[in-house]
Design a protein around this ligand. Structure first.
Ligand code: HXC
Length: 284
């Protein structure tokens, strides 16, 4: 763990991480705990929740895992009641739970569409609204950090329900930043590029060749690591960024921008070759 973040950065915070048993959620839960927060994670499967909680406890942190499917609004209310009973008022929320799979859009069934949109969009809304209501009633500040994606802005083929729902999460973030900002409630989002986690890669990256192609698209030449994302999330959840509200922070090694610029493909050629080509184009 880098020592640059103060170990008490998130002391006195009770942070909920949805989908916190695995992948990026797990990395964020671990990191905010290392920085002093009490953590409550939720998810559908008890085993990953128990593993993450015991991992955090072994590292000296305080964590609770509560089974909950964020698609179910009643289960979400019950989850927050239980989380607060166990560890006191929730002060920060990370909307991380997500569902996705690759599908030709013409073949998507209503159930398939629902499974993704209900998890990503409805789930994030239910959790955000539950926290917002509590914070407004108590007249306390609060922070919501949602995990979006770079293709929320650009769209992406073959993941249309995910792109639609992540775009909705961005819209929620910006809308509520305005609506609740005056009450001391801030909402921001992170738009990650490719981060190889089991949950995402099993569903979205069919083979090694495609993984390599995805990596080659990133100007920095590598995928992101969950720990890097967890560091960024910790800062965004802290008071260090107390004036940031309604922002979407892209965290993708430059991948999304590189996909857009018309001449960016030149960067895949050796630099000397590019220089020679450009020399040819110079007028005599
Ligand atoms: C087509 C599929 C499918 C697939 C499921 N379905 N998988 N259709 N291709 N690969 C259809 C089913 O046939 C069914 O429709 C409907 O979806 C619901 O499926 P269930 O298995 O009954 O639902 P459920 O158990 O809720 O599963 C939801 C899920 C699953 C989305 C399908 O993958 C899941 O739980 N994922 C959670 C974790 C996850 O997805 N992590 C990745 C997020 S990462 P019918 O009509 O047959 O009933 C991410 C990063 C993006 O988003 C950025 C990457 C660069």
């Amino acid at each position: 763990m880098p020592e640059s973040l103060a170990p008490d950065l998130l002391t006195d915070q009770h942070i909920v991480v949805t989908g916190g048993g695995t992948g990026l959620g797990r990395a964020m839960a671990r990191r905010v705990s290392d920085l002093g927060a009490a953590v409550t994670i939720n998810g559908r499967r008890p085993d990953p929740l128990a593993e993450t909680v015991s991992d955090i406890e072994e590292a000296g942190g305080t964590a609770e895992g509560i089974q909950c499917n964020v698609r179910d609004p009643e289960a979400v209310q019950a989850f927050f009641d239980e989380a607060e009973e166990r560890q006191g008022p929730v002060t920060r929320l990370v909307n991380n739970a997500a569902a996705n799979f690759l599908a030709p859009t013409e073949d998507l069934s209503p159930n398939g569409f629902d499974a993704i949109v209900r998890t990503n969009l409805y789930g994030s809304f239910y959790c955000t609204q539950a926290c917002g209501r509590r914070w407004l009633e108590r007249e306390t500040e609060g922070v919501v950090l949602s995990i979006a994606t770079t293709y929320a802005e650009t769209g992406s083929a073959y993941v249309v329900p995910s792109a639609m729902s992540k775009a909705g999460i961005v819209a929620m973030t910006r809308s509520l930043a305005a609506e609740w900002g005056s009450e001391g409630i801030r909402l921001n989002a992170v738009a990650p590029g490719p981060f190889p986690t089991e949950g995402a890669w099993d569903r979205l990256v069919p083979d090694e060749d495609l993984a390599q192609q995805m990596q080659d698209r990133v100007p920095l030449g590598r995928f992101g690591s969950p720990d890097e994302l967890a560091d960024l999330a910790s800062v965004l959840l802290s008071d260090l960024t107390g004036y940031m509200n309604g922002e979407v922070v892209t965290f993708d090694g430059g991948e999304a921008l590189a996909a857009g610029g018309q001449f960016n493909t030149f960067t895949r050629m050796p630099r000397e070759q590019v220089k020679a080509l450009m020399e040819q184009l110079r007028p005599d």
